[in-house]
Design a protein around this ligand. Structure first.
Ligand code: G3H
Ligand code: 13P
Ligand code: NA
Ligand code: ZN
Length: 328
C-alpha cells in the first residue's frame, strides 16, 4: 500500500528504527528491493533521481511502481523524488504518483552551484506548500554534502571529495537547521554530517567516528519532529569490490560508511538512510561474474537473475541492520 514519507518515518521514529531509501532505475532493482522487503517484512522507500526518471521514462516508472505496489500489497511503499532541483520537478513527480519529494535547495537548479540560504528557504517553502496540498511529504537539504557540490564524488575514477572541502564546510549548522525547518515546514531534513555520494568516500579504512554524531544529536534534540536523512550512506562492501575486480572490473580500493556508524546515526535520530552505490556494485558484480563464467551466454535473464540475488542480499542485510525488518 502507498504511504507518504511522513507516515512511514513517524512510525520509524516511534519505534526507533531507520529505513533505507533505495535508488531505483529499472525493474531489476525494483524487484530485488521488494523481494527483500517481503522476506523481511519491511516497509520500503524507493527513490528516483532526475537521472533515473529520464532513463526509465516517467510513464514506465509510474506503471512499474503501480505494478510493484500491486504485486507486494502487504508492503508499505513510499515513492520518493531524490534530489529534486525545482518546483517543476517536484510537481511532475507528484503528478506521476510519488508520495514524497526532495527539494534539494542546497544547490541551485543546475544541481552543481551551492545556493544561498535565502534561495533554499524560498524554493523549499514553495515546494512544501504545493506538496502538502497534495498530501505529499517533503525532504529538504541544508549543508554541503561534498561530492555532489564539487562533482568529484560522482566521478568513477577513484577521486573523492576529500581534500576539496574542509571538515567545517561539510557540517550542517544546528541553529540554521532550526530556522530552516521553522520557515519551510519540511517533514524531513537531509543534513551534512560527514558523508559524500558515490563509491569513493574514504581513501583509508575508517576506524569509527566518521560521522559527526554531535551535530546529528544536537539537531535531533532541537528538531524532534523533523526526520533526519543521511545521504551518501552506502557501505561499499569489500566483497562486492572484490567480486567486481576478480571478474575484470577495475575499481580502486575504497571505503564507504561502516554499518555500525549508520546504526549509531539511527540511534541518534536518523530515520532515512540513502543507498544507491551499494546496489550499483551488487548488480555489476552479478553481471560481471556470470558473463565471465559463461562467455557463450547471451540471454539477459541468465545474468540478471544472479544480479537480482546479490542486490536482494544487500537489501535484506540493510533492513535487518537498520531495524526496518518486522515493521511492514
Ligand atoms: O544522489 C545521487 C544518487 O546516487 C542518484 O544518482 O543522479 O546518477 O541517478 P544519479
Ligand atoms: P550513495 O552514493 O552512498 O549510495 O548515496 C546515495 C544517495 O545519497 C542518494 O541520494
Ligand atoms: Na547540499
Ligand atoms: Zn543524495
Amino acid at each position: 500500500a502507498r504511504i507518504s514519507l511522513r507516515q512511514l518515518l513517524d512510525h520509524a521514529a516511534e519505534h526507533s528504527y531507520g529505513v533505507p531509501g533505495f535508488n531505483i532505475n529499472n525493474m531489476e532493482q525494483g524487484i530485488a528491493i521488494m523481494e527483500a522487503a517481503r522476506k523481511t517484512a519491511s516497509p520500503v522507500i524507493l527513490q528516483a533521481s532526475r537521472g533515473a526518471r529520464a532513463y526509465a521514462n516517467d510513464l514506465m516508472l509510474k506503471r512499474m511502481i503501480n505494478a510493484l505496489a500491486e504485486i507486494y500489497p502487504e508492503i508499505p511503499l513510499c515513492m520518493h523524488q531524490d534530489h529534486g532541483n525545482s518546483l517543476g520537478t517536484c510537481a511532475s513527480a507528484i503528478q506521476h504518483g510519488f508520495t514524497s519529494v526532495m527539494m534539494d535547495g542546497s544547490l541551485m537548479a543546475d544541481a552543481k552551484t551551492p545556493a544561498d540560504y535565502e534561495y533554499n528557504v524560498d524554493v523549499t517553502k514553495k515546494v512544501v506548500e504545493m506538496a502538502h496540498a497534495c498530501g505529499v511529504s517533503v525532504e529538504g537539504e541544508l549543508g554541503v554534502l561534498g561530492s555532489l557540490e564539487t562533482g568529484m564524488g560522482e566521478a568513477e575514477d577513484g577521486h573523492g571529495a576529500e581534500g576539496v572541502l574542509s571538515h567545517d564546510q561539510l557540517l550542517t549548522d544546528p541553529d540554521q537547521a532550526v530556522d530552516f525547518v521553522a520557515k519551510t515546514g519540511v517533514d524531513a531534513l537531509a543534513i551534512a554530517m560527514g558523508t559524500s555520494h558515490g563509491a569513493y568516500k574514504f581513501s583509508r579504512k575508517p576506524d569509527g567516528g566518521v560521522l559527526a554524531m554531535g551535530v546529528i544529536e544536537e539537531i535531533h534534540k532541537r528538531l524532534p519532529n523533523t526526520h533526519l536523512v543521511m545521504h551518501g550512506s552506502s557501505s561499499v562492501p569489500q566483497d562486492l569490490q572484490d567480486l567486481i575486480n576478480e571478474y575484470g572490473g577495475e575499481i580502486p580500493q575504497t571505503w564507504g560508511v561502516p554499518i555500525e556508524e549508520l546504526q549509531r546515526g539511527i540511534r541518534s535520530g536518523v530515520r532515512k538512510i540513502n543507498i544507491d552505490t551499494d546496489l550499483r556494485l551488487a548488480i555489476t558484480a552479478g553481471i560481471r561474474k556470470t558473463m565471465a563464467e559463461n562467455p557463450a551466454g547471451f540471454d539477459p535473464r541468465g545474468y540478471f537473475k544472479p544480479a537480482y540475488a546479490l542486490m536482494q542480499k544487500v537489501c535484506e542485510e540493510r533492513f535487518e541492520q537498520f531495524g526496518t525488518a518486522g515493521n511492514a
